[in-house]
Design a binder for this molecule. Structure first.
Ligand SMILES: [Zn+2]
Length: 77
């Protein structure tokens, strides 16, 4: 795969939830995509700035159902 950039080892990345691969950054023109190196049908972020946070969010195995925010609910009390 051309134009892919390895993410430095000191940056935390969730492994791909489908195959467990460490993501890479792909450069397309002036945009960057965080994606699975193995398969383009696995999750990839939208082209733009490098968004490892979005990748991590989407590849976290236990996402709460319907949660749009990672902030803890304030309605729990
Ligand atoms: Zn994958």
């Amino acid at each position: 795969m051309k134009n892919s950039i390895h993410i430095q080892g000191n940056i935390f990345c969730e492994p791909c939830k489908d195959c467990g691969s460490r993501p890479v950054i792909e450069q397309r023109k002036s945009a960057f995509i965080v994606r699975c190196p193995k398969d383009s049908t696995h999750y990839q972020t939208k082209p733009g700035l490098i968004d490892i946070e979005d990748w991590n969010l989407k590849n976290r195995v236990h996402t709460s159902l319907g949660a749009k925010s990672v902030a803890p609910s304030k309605e729990a009390s």
